[in-house]
Ligand binder design. Structure first.
Ligand SMILES: *Cc1c(COP(=O)(O)O)cnc(C)c1O
Ligand SMILES: [Zn+2]
Length: 418
């Protein structure tokens, strides 16, 4: 266990021991999500970044000393994290930026960044001898919990997912053998049903935001970005935002590193929302406090970022305000066009919500939110194979041809290819 981990409420100055409360602050309710904070002076005295850099562990557990787990804690065996950070000079040139990197979270075991949160929540469940873990999800968090859960025979997984989630995501849940409730309703309804059932049954909830281990797991993406750039953070990180948990986790990762003195500054975080699901973006630009946010209808092709009342709204707003970042919105048409553009400029095939981060970085460059001399990282949060139907709609082409050499030659000739 990283020394003296404690829970600190994002709304008030409420503090608890890490074993005292499972989910949100007893005083501030669902809005009072927790940060897990450490004794940073103690950590600094025991650890240094070069020792981490020398680690041979090529997954997120290379950061175990910076996570709320005992040094000998058991962890799920699947290799989560340590995803590649690709230099993308063609994107940098196109956007007029100094340097752009793409971090491909689609290469995680179940195809999205959500594996990081599920891995840490399941490690915590193992530590506590928990039998059943449950989550509600638009798809990826559930797939992550189901997949990592399948690697642990001692834990059962129960999933609440909207019945209209993309078929690939539902297929993942069923293939991994989770118990799956296909809720005839929205993600928000599935979320509430899951919380109620967990309370009634004594199951452990992995729900985004309310379980503080979720953001703590997601922070490992920020630790990796910094380490992969030899402990220098980019000027800006662009990430798509639904519940606000990933962006909060990124902030927490960079915050920890700054407290340790391992990086000099925290990047400006740019949160990208879909125009049709932009509760946080509008609250940010209106200067609203998290307490004053009300649900709004949410509809976008980027299913992973549809959220009418973002669960981690307090932490997400704080992350952007503290880093000098901002929120931008992009239209569904821009998101769809971003899928092939990102793939063709970087080789990274992203699902709609992940491609939205690229669409958003373009919008940020256009709007002057990021300057030509600056560097940026695009966090590509999920794999393009998660939503093949949408990917297929984003591109035209393919030359239909008879299975005959002359037909091929004719077709290539007509297409001007030979
Ligand atoms: C969950 C998810 C997001 C958004 O993360 P939040 O924590 O809900 O803001 C973005 N992209 C993908 C692929 C996701 O699965
Ligand atoms: Zn509180």
């Amino acid at each position: 266990m990283a020394d003296l981990a404690e829970l600190r409420c994002v709304i008030g100055d409420c503090r608890f021991g890490i074993d005292e409360v499972d989910y949100t602050c007893p005083e501030h309710g669902e809005l009072g999500t927790f940060d897990i904070l450490y004794d940073y002076d103690g950590l600094r005295a025991q650890l240094d970044r070069d020792a981490i850099s020398a680690s041979s562990i090529a997954n997120c557990w290379r950061y175990k000393p910076l996570l709320p787990l005992a040094p000998d804690a058991a962890v799920p065996p699947l290799a989560v994290g340590w995803t590649p950070l690709y230099d993308a000079p063609r994107i940098a040139r196109k956007l007029g930026l100094r340097q752009v990197w793409v971090k491909d979270e689609g290469l995680n075991p179940t195809g999205s960044l959500k594996d990081r949160a599920s891995a840490l929540v399941l490690a915590r469940a193992l530590e506590r001898g928990i039998k059943t873990v449950s989550a509600a999800s638009t798809g990826n968090a559930a797939a992550a919990l189901a997949g990592l859960g399948a690697s642990l025979p001692e834990i059962d997984i129960v999933i609440f997912v909207p019945a209209d989630a993309p078929p690939a995501k539902i297929a993942q849940l069923l293939v991994y053998g989770a118990e799956v409730l296909l809720v005839e309703g929205s993600y928000d309804e599935a979320f509430d049903l899951c919380m109620e059932t967990c309370a009634a049954q004594g199951w452990y909830s992995r729900n985004t935001g309310v379980n503080p281990f979720t953001t703590e797991g997601k922070k490992t993406a920020a630790l990796e970005i910094a380490e992969q750039l030899t402990w220098r953070a980019p000027d800006v990180v662009a990430v798509s935002v639904g519940d606000g948990s990933i962006i909060s986790g990124l902030y927490k990762g960079f915050y920890d590193l700054q407290r340790l003195g391992w990086i000099d500054s925290i990047p400006r975080l740019i949160g990208i929302q879909a125009e049709g699901s932009a509760v946080l973006a509008s609250a940010f630009h209106k200067g609203l406090a998290a307490q004053d946010i009300r649900p709004e209808p949410a509809s976008t092709i980027a299913d992973s970022i549809a959220s009418s009342l973002p669960r981690d709204r307090a932490k997400a707003l704080r992350a952007l305000r503290r880093t000098g970042g901002t929120f931008l919105t992009v239209a569904d048409a821009e998101i769809q066009a971003a899928i092939p553009e990102l793939a063709q400029l970087s080789g990274v095939f992203a699902e709609p919500a992940a491609a939205a981060a690229y669409a958003g970085l373009k919008a940020a460059a256009r709007a002057g939110v990021i300057e030509p001399g600056e560097s940026a990282c695009i966090l590509s949060t999920g794999n393009g194979l998660k939503d093949v139907a949408r990917a297929r709609k984003s591109v035209k082409g393919g030359i239909r041809v008879a299975a005959d050499f002359h037909a091929v030659a004719n077709a290539l000739g007509s297409a001007g290819l030979i």
